[in-house]
Design a protein around this ligand. Structure first.
Ligand code: SF4
Length: 229
């Protein structure tokens, strides 16, 4: 199936939520400056996304094939056991926002702008998820991402990009030699049907990660990968 491109994604961040994440106090100089930066960003932001409805062809212990493309790693066979239909995706804050952010100076303001770009990326991921829900109605689902865990290494983004055809160039995302994405605030992954909400972070041992969304669960990891604590 041809990739579905979402390039008209609305970006309407909640200012209070942004200010709260950045711990900006109300009625101060910082609040005014953040409002100004957010206004600027809204005039350029074009978050984008792409996904395919794809099918699992083969599952072995340490790889799966999806639409004829082999994806290596022990995470996929566990998560895709008994699954046939999946939704590989690519989401980005967009090149427009990244270019604009290049003109912002100062460590503090660059951090604020980085957070605005994360919000834009979140809008893109949310829109992809809503589009899948509306058009394919797959039921409860979770997402996994290459590079979050060693059991699905970052190099495997190459396979995901192959499944997604030329959508990366349509939405302006490049994969570098070190398998990082440009714009940096981009993410690739697979939405898959899952009754039990799956979260990469629960299997990830990395300590003090600022992006952690759930506590590490050693027992869950042991069960997943058959390994001792
Ligand atoms: S803890 Fe951090 S590095 Fe580990 S999966 Fe979560 S966000 Fe990624």
């Amino acid at each position: 199936m041809n990739p579905i491109i979402l390039d008209e994604i609305q970006f309407k961040p909640d200012f209070d939520a942004l200010a709260s994440v950045l711990r900006i106090r109300k009625d101060g100089k910082d609040e005014k400056r953040l409002m100004d930066l957010l206004d600027q960003s809204l005039s350029v932001a074009k978050p984008k996304g792409a996904y395919t409805e794809s099918f699992v062809d083969e599952i072995e212990n340490d790889y799966v094939t999806i639409d004829g493309v082999r994806l290596n790693g022990k995470l996929l066979p566990v998560n895709l056991k008994n699954v046939t239909r999946v939704f590989p995706y690519l989401a980005t804050c967009g090149t427009e926002l990244e270019e604009w952010s290049g003109g912002i100076e100062g460590i503090r303001e660059r951090f604020w702008v980085d957070t605005i770009m994360m919000f834009a990326l979140g809008s893109a991921i949310g829109e992809i998820d809503r589009h899948i829900e509306k058009n394919s109605n797959p039921g409860a689902r979770s997402a996994m991402n290459p590079g979050s865990l060693e059991e699905w290494p970052i190099e495997e983004q190459q396979g995901l990009f192959r499944i997604l055809g030329n959508s990366h160039s349509i939405i302006g995302v490049k994969l570098t030699e070190s398998f990082m994405m440009s714009p940096l605030k981009s993410v690739s992954g697979i939405f898959f049907p899952s009754e039990h909400s799956y979260e990469n972070c629960r299997l990830c041992r990395r300590e003090k990660c600022p992006g952690r969304r759930a506590p590490f669960d050693a027992s869950l990891r042991e069960g997943f990968f058959n390994e001792p604590h």
